[in-house]
Design a protein around this ligand. Structure first.
Ligand code: PLP
Length: 471
């Protein structure tokens, strides 16, 4: 009884929250001081006395929602995180309610089956060979496959660990070799360098791939870097490329980089956390051209695929490389057993793991692959239209033409003005942008993730920025 009535009350609040965000009656983000918020939410009182249900729950939810960053607001342009489809949010509720971890088949058969299906579905979008289901006949050719992780950072780490186990198969017995080097563009996400650090590589083991003025890798220059690695007495663990980069949303030339890596037998990892969803689109798939040459690919569903966080796929062209990534004895889990399903536990850093596949699948199941592709097309198109609009204004400057749904620009004036504009926009409550440094200059950054944002919003943004900068 209390579940249904509490759930009903929470859902009513959420529904109203979404419409008040969509129609802009509430600010896109409101930041009141943390101490005040903790008091307003009565955290201390509830922690002692309990009772967070019924009318008090409704009150709590209202206060909570009032201090959120409203992703459903059309002026939400700041960050890459998905504006979730409600099907994915309901799936998160279902996953939480049933709480079936996916790692061991018997702990969550439905969740594990959906994860297996989702991974194979994504693998087919890459153009790789999906894995047979347990019990199906196998042959000696490599199959592609993977695992879902709690986020792209963990997927990047997982991919690099698999790369290490391939180049140093005895790593789990003897420890990490000291002669490994990682090659990545300066524009790679910080989780790449962090993964390298976690694996015992130092700053001096990270080699930057040369890039153009927008941070896009120049493939012809990779051989130079490889030679430097060799001269330093090191072995390349992997080459990492962006599909696409975090700051500007640009794609590295994946086919050329992939060919080179394949020729040298070097592990090729594509960080497609943000941009791999271009693979769903007939019109933008070309941006990921050459993806099939990768050994591993990171692909977030909680960025461009309308899925609530977190849900990432770590995909491998030869899933055998992932199966050997964590060679560790845990016989209580890994004992050979006859079972109808599949255990994912040997493929992940995590032990207990949420039903991540259910979140993404519910969105896919609601929209269908064409619906999801149409969403990607729409958001990528919108970035291009915004580029035309802003690039055509004499008092604005774009960092460059967009390739994905990210556009960086600045209003004429100093770096400090850009930050002041951002702060004022947030204070007014109509627009939420992020800011980045590109070539030592400050830019404002828009990520078009909201399917309700239209070009008219960008026109209004321009007007509002003009008003602020003339103050
Ligand atoms: C967002 C992002 C990541 C990190 O993914 P999380 O899911 O936030 O951990 C990694 N790489 C790129 C290119 C990204 O844009």
């Amino acid at each position: 009884m209390s579940f249904l009535s509490d759930a009903h009350a929470v859902c009513e609040e959420l529904d109203q929250y979404r419409s008040q965000s969509s129609d802009r009656t509430k600010p896109v983000v409101k930041q009141i001081p943390m101490r005040t918020l903790i008091d307003d939410l009565s955290l201390g009182t509830f922690a002692i006395h309990g009772g967070l249900r019924g009318g008090k729950l409704t009150e709590f939810v209202r206060t909570y929602l009032d201090s959120t960053s409203r992703l459903y607001h059309p002026g939400n342009l700041a960050h890459q995180v998905a504006v979730p489809h409600h099907a994915g949010a309901l799936a998160a509720l279902m996953g939480g309610f049933t709480n079936n971890p996916v790692s061991i088949y018997e702990m969550g058969p439905a969740a594990a089956s959906i994860e297996f299906f989702v991974v194979n579905w994504l693998v087919e979008k890459v153009g790789w060979r999906p894995s047979p289901y347990p019990g199906e006949a196998i042959d000696s050719e490599a199959y592609a496959g993977g695992v879902l992780t709690h986020g792209g950072s963990l997927a990047n780490l997982t991919a690099l660990i698999a790369a290490r186990s391939r180049i140093a198969p005895d790593v789990w017995q003897r420890g990490a070799p000291r002669d490994l080097a990682l090659l990545a563009p300066a524009e790679s996400h910080y989780s790449i360098a962090r993964a390298a650090g976690i694996m015992g590589l130092g700053q001096s083991d990270l080699y930057q791939l040369e890039a153009d003025e927008h941070g896009v890798v120049i493939p012809d220059k990779i051989s130079h870097v490889l030679q430097k690695v060799r001269e330093d007495g090191k072995r390349p663990l992997a080459v990492v490329a962006n599909g696409c980069s975090t700051a500007m949303g640009l794609y590295d030339p994946l086919r050329e980089i992939g060919r080179l890596c394949n020729a040298y037998g070097i592990w090729f990892h594509i960080d497609g956390a943000h941009g791999a969803a271009a693979l769903l689109s007939n019109r933008y798939r070309g941006l990921m051209d050459g993806v099939e040459l990768a050994d591993s690919l990171t692909w977030d569903a909680h960025k461009l695929m309308r899925t609530p966080g977190l849900c990432t796929a770590a995909l491998f062209r030869d899933v055998g490389t992932l199966d050997k990534a964590f060679f560790q004895d845990a016989s209580y889990l890994f004992h050979d057993k006859v079972q109808p399903g599949f255990d994912f536990i040997h493929r992940t850093v995590e032990c207990t793991k949420s039903a991540l596949g259910l979140r993404f699948f519910s969105v896919l199941g609601a929209l269908g692959e064409q619906g999801l592709a149409a969403y990607v097309d729409r958001q990528f198109d919108l970035a291009r239209q915004a580029y035309e609009l802003i690039g055509g204004a004499r008092d604005f400057e774009c960092a460059g033409p967009p390739q994905s749904n990210i556009l960086c620009f600045r209003v004429s004036g100093c770096d400090e003005l850009q930050l002041r504009v951002r702060d004022k926009l947030i204070a007014h409550g109509d627009f939420h942008l992020s800011a980045v440094m590109l070539q030592s200059r400050r830019f404002l950054r828009m990520v078009f993730g909201n399917p309700e944002t239209v070009l008219g919003d960008v026109a209004r943004l321009i007007d509002e920025i003009r008003n602020i900068s003339s103050e």
